[in-house]
Design a protein around this ligand. Structure first.
Ligand code: PLP
Length: 400
């Protein structure tokens, strides 16, 4: 079915999915099978060699995952997609698809802590070097390219400081040097930002977050050209065993049906919370691309459909005050994840970015008093009332 004319919400529900031809069941059939039988030896060989399309072993693909992969490729406007067992599986496989011993990768300087760990601890063991670069300036990125640079990896908006990068400008730099631009689109989802349409080559996701949206699945996606996705499927994920299973594919397919609805509500609530925090005397700084004070506010308005559901803020009084606010929150839950229906709060310095050396963390602006909120789908009034009662309890000496 040609569904190019559909709006995003329609695609999220109907793209690449029709009722089961045998039963008429509308919701996706779960096929948990690992092994698939062939009519004869010739068809088995043709499937393994790639001559004939088909599923032959669960580590290389699954029919339920296949429906999900087609849908995500359609939502991101990419040629192909592979579902993987986590966002880190997607990030590491996408990088390993382009990098080998002796290669160098440029990485935006404020990336998710797990990506930072992979780049600084695991990749060097395989002879892959890196430079963390301030990617807010494409000229700096260009100047950082060296003879063995083989990829540029960015995340926008970044975790936890919500730095926004100009994807179009970065894609131009990447193209001029024939380098693939890989973009972590976790915070935005294709509902708010489609990097491939802006010139990026590969999109990666932690589908654990908004894409599934219910806090009950770990998953990731790599979206891009068919040959890149095939390589990740057969060589990287196929060999390392990072496949996504049928049950989790089913849950994500269910979650995707409400992606647009959920994301819009997360954004509306986040905008209300950011405005509230921005005016609060106990709050030193709010990081949210929707605020006019955000350094890339204008770019964010151009590049992102809405501003996302994450708000970070710094309280006066450093780590002690930040942790006190966290402990006093009654509705918001202390948790590492994001993109769930529940409002979640975390202290990056001691949680998601704990493994980053303190001086690097400070250099990036991840202060001891920084808190990251993943704004949930509760009523904005209740989220704000919860923050109000927690911020009010800061002792006098910690106030401005
Ligand atoms: C921006 C971003 N990318 C990737 C990941 C890793 O995802 P996962 O936990 O699914 O491996 C996270 C996790 O928080 C994230 O925030």
């Amino acid at each position: 079915m040609n569904n190019n004319h559909w709006q995003f919400d329609t695609k999220a529900i109907h793209a690449c999915h029709r009722p089961d031809p045998e039963t008429g069941a509308i919701s996706q059939t779960v096929v948990p099978a690992v092994a698939y039988a062939f009519a004869d030896a010739e068809s088995a060989a043709a499937c393994v060699s790639g001559e004939r399309q088909g599923t032959y072993y669960g580590r290389y693909g699954n029919p339920t995952a296949r429906t999900l992969e087609e849908k995500v490729a359609c939502l991101e406007n990419g040629e192909a997609c592979i579902g993987l067992s986590s966002g880190m599986a997607a990030i590491s496989s996408a990088l390993l698809a382009f990098l080998q011993a002796g290669d160098h990768v440029i990485v935006t300087k404020d990336v998710y802590g797990g990506t930072y760990n992979f780049i600084t601890k695991m990749a060097p063991r395989f002879g892959i070097s890196h430079s963390f670069v301030d990617c807010t300036d494409p000229a700096v990125v260009e100047a950082s390219i060296i003879s063995n640079t083989k990829a540029i990896f960015v995340e926008t908006p970044s975790n936890p400081l919500l730095t926004v990068l100009d994807l179009k400008a970065l894609a131009e730099v990447a193209k001029a040097h024939k380098l693939p631009l890989i973009v972590d689109n976790t915070f935005m989802t294709p509902c708010l930002q489609r990097p491939l349409e802006l010139g990026a080559d590969v999109v990666v996701h932690s589908a654990t977050k908004y894409m599934n949206g219910h806090g009950d699945v770990l998953a990731g996606f790599v979206v891009g050209r068919q040959d890149v996705v095939d390589f990740v499927r057969m060589r990287v994920s196929g060999d390392l065993g990072q496949n996504l299973n049928a049950w989790e594919s089913f849950l994500i397919l269910r979650g995707l049906k409400t992606l647009g609805l959920r994301v819009r509500e997360h954004c509306a609530n986040a905008a209300a919370v950011a405005g509230y925090l921005d005016a609060h005397p106990n709050v030193m700084k709010v990081h949210y691309p929707g605020l006019a004070s955000h350094p890339q506010h204008e770019l964010a308005r151009r590049q992102m459909k809405e501003m996302g559901g994450i708000v970070s803020f710094e309280v006066h009084g450093g780590e002690g005050a930040a942790k006190q606010v966290m402990d006093r929150l009654e509705l918001a839950m202390i948790s590492f994840s994001l993109g769930d229906p529940e409002t979640l709060v975390q202290h990056p310095a001691s949680m998601t970015h704990f493994s980053m050396p303190r001086e690097v963390r400070y250099e990036q602006g991840i202060t001891d008093g920084l808190l990251r909120l993943s704004i949930g789908l509760e009523s904005a009034e209740d989220i704000i009332a919860d923050l109000e009662q927690a911020l009010q309890t800061l002792p006098e000496e910690d106030q401005a």
